[in-house]
Structure formats: structure tokens, C-alpha cells
Design a binder for this molecule. Sequence first.
Ligand code: G6P
Length: 467
Amino acid sequence: MLVASNRGPVSYTVDEDGSPRAKRGGGGLVSGLSAIGPDADSLWVCAALGDGDREAVRRAGGGPLPDEDTGGQRVRMLDIDAQVHADAYNGIANSVLWFVHHMLYQTPLEPVFDAEFRRQWASYEAYNRAFAEALAGAAAEGAAVLVQDYHLCLVPGMLRELRPDLRIGHFSHTPWAPPEYFGLLPGDIREQLLAGMLGADRVAFLTRRWANAFTECCQAVLGPGAPAVRVGVHGLGADADFLRKRAHEPDVDERLAALRAEIGEGRRSIVRVDRTELSKNIVRGLLAYRQLLDDHPEWRERVVHLAFAYPSRQDLAVYRDYTAEVQRVAQEINSVYGTPGWTPVVLHVKDDFARSLAAYRLADVALVNPIRDGMNLVAKEVPVVSDQGCALVLSREAGAYEELGAHAFPVNPYDVLETARALHAALSLPPEERADRTKRLAAAATALPPAQWFLDQLRALEDLQPS
Ligand code: G6P
């Protein structure tokens, strides 16, 4: 069994003496894959993303990374030419495909599909080919290959040509664009992307909504002659066992105490935890909080908005600008509303998982208001670790809404006034009802643990008759 993804389960920084230092990542795939056990014959193929990764690949002689770095998992990193990777990852995957599926373009000025775009597209093809060749070279006869996400849309088609014996699955962790938005892409690119994915035996998505959008795009672009492929839906839930244990380790307790001191005695908290990602809608979240302070001055001095916005994709100017805008709006709220004893917004930008868990534990309200989101695991993790119950303000455009919406305070992510009203209602929820809702949220959020999510996909692929 092989897994392929751009970002692997481990990354490396370079120590002062030039040696690579491993840092293991988390996420659904990592915990899902661990469910099949260390003895399973599996290989994870990913890309080297920086100098530390490249040095580790060099030291591993291009073979699997050392077991002690990967926790025993077999991981091979591909050292793809840095410019090719930058074009494919920053240029195409994150600036085009991510934008299309999250509907992020400001269309009067963008997108622009010009000669530069075509140059980057050639890199995207080369980058996908490097994965397809590595997988083709490593897979045993009839092996299952699980290809992940929008970075690797062309891999299934390329791999199918190289190795018709393999069972190939593709999984999208993002939303899928509706046909009219997918239609922004040049015709030949649309066809190539879909044909690439249809090279898989099975393509799967986090929700029915994204799966349907994909099918509609195939019909709109390829017409009735589109090759048949099975389309699956696998919702990913929170990893309850891991979270409950991890959230009570000493480093989390320490941060909990620090956060309590930062918020101040007797105050409520509205918590958000995100990468500083355009689709997460952090600025409108801040504006909604500001509106809450205007509409309900009784909350002034009595609530703090803890906003964790961790740097993401900082090679892209639009992400850097967005990060600056988040900081600017947070500071503005503090300077307009703050008092000597009260800082209305506490913004943290340094990634710290233990502190995120501490914030989950103490949150009175969790704000999850993305413009669009494949699933959103924060919405699922908070109710699982919450100490005293937490009300959830949740965007209707998050995949998680399908499973959690009934017990949350739903919002249109663009509607700042509605979001402010939802924050007020969530803060005002009586304790018993809050506890009751949290229980329901936690039950829905943990219905599909990562291990099951992963094994279901693997079984569905293995059950298919070889094509
Ligand atoms: C989303 C994508 C993942 C990606 C992650 C972080 O969840 O679906 O494929 O790894 O964002 O983004 P990054 O660009 O830092 O890998």
C-alpha cells in the first residue's frame, strides 16, 4: 500500500552544524495510517519542501528516511528540483487550484492565465510525473495507491499508464468547485485535471457536496463520454483518544494557566485556531467580534477573543498581506475598545499545538467561519476536549457543517452582522444547554475516527475488481 502527498508526515529543519532535525507532523493521514500498524507493508511518498528536507534526502541516499525520524513509518521524500516544486506548489496548487476550489478569486483582476501560468503548469506536470514514476517504481504487483489532494491531480492518470495493474485512489481534502467556477480554468487544463483524476479507480471527497460538484464538473467538461470512475465520500472525524490524552499532558496544563491569566478572571472567551489562510475568514471573524462589542456593550470587559492565526504559505504575497491585515484589524479593535485592564483581542501567531489544545479546553465559544472548507477539524476537535462545554459558531460552508450544523450556531461567513448575532447567542447559552450541545457535537465529531476513515478508503479500493 502506498500513500502519496505533497507534505509528508515528517519535515526537517537544519541545525547549526548543518545536520537535519526531524519534526513529525499530525493530521488525519498520519493517525489514519498508524492504524494499519507498523508491520504493514506501506510506503509514504512525499516531496522535500525545504533545505532541511533536501539534506535529509541526501543523507538517506534517496531511499527511505531513518525510522527514528518517522516513528517507524516507511517514508520516501522526493527531491524534486526546487524551482519545479515552487512553480507547482506555490504557482499552480496554492495560487490556482486552491483558489478555484475555495472560490477565492477577486474576479475583476484575477485569475490571469498567461504565459507565466503555462510555464508553471509545465512544472506542475513535471512534479506530478516525478511522483507517478516514484510510485510506479516502488509499488508491488496489484498494490493499492492512495493519492492525496489537489497537488497531485495528474498522478492517477500518469500512474495508470505506467502501471495498469495498480489500484489507484485519489482523495481530495478540499472542497470541489461548482462547474461554473471550475469553468474559470482554461479548457485544456480543466480536461487534463479531470482526466488525470479519472485515471484513478476511485476518487473520494470529505462530503457529498464536494463529490457531487466533482461529478457535475466531469459532466460539464467531458460530457457523457467521460470515463467511468467510482466516487466515494469519507468524512474525517476527530481523533478522540489521542486528543483527550494529549490535552491533559503537563505542557497543555501549563499553557492553560497562562491563557487564563491572559484572559483575566471571570471573563468569557471566544476562541479561534487556524492557519492564517485566506479561506479561513479571520478578518471577518474579527469584524464580527467588533460588531458584537458595538451591539452589546455589556460584553465589553467581560469577554476576550483569543485568535490563534498560524503562519501559512508565506512565500505567497497574498498570504503575507492577509496575515498583515489580520494583525492590523486586531490591533485596531484593541486600540479602539481596549481599556487599561482589558485587551479585547489576544492574537497569537506562533504555532503551538499545546497552546491550541489549552484554548480548546477553556473556550466558551469556538468561532469557525471559513468561506469554504473541505471539512474543518477545529470544529470537531474543540467539543471533544472542552472542559466545561463550548458553543460552536460554524460556517454553513464548512464540510463539518453537514455533520455538526444541527448543534451549532450556523452563519453565512460573509455576513458579519449575522456572525455577531451568533456570537452573542453562543455566549448567552445557558450552561445546561451548552453542555448538552457539546455532548452532541462531540458524538457527531468522533463518529468517523481517522483510523476508520483511512481503512474504509483502503478497503473500498481493495474490494474493486482489478481493471
Ligand atoms: C490543506 C490541504 C493539505 C495541506 C494543508 C496545509 O489542509 O488539504 O494538503 O497540506 O492544507 O497546507 P500546506 O500548503 O502548508 O501544506
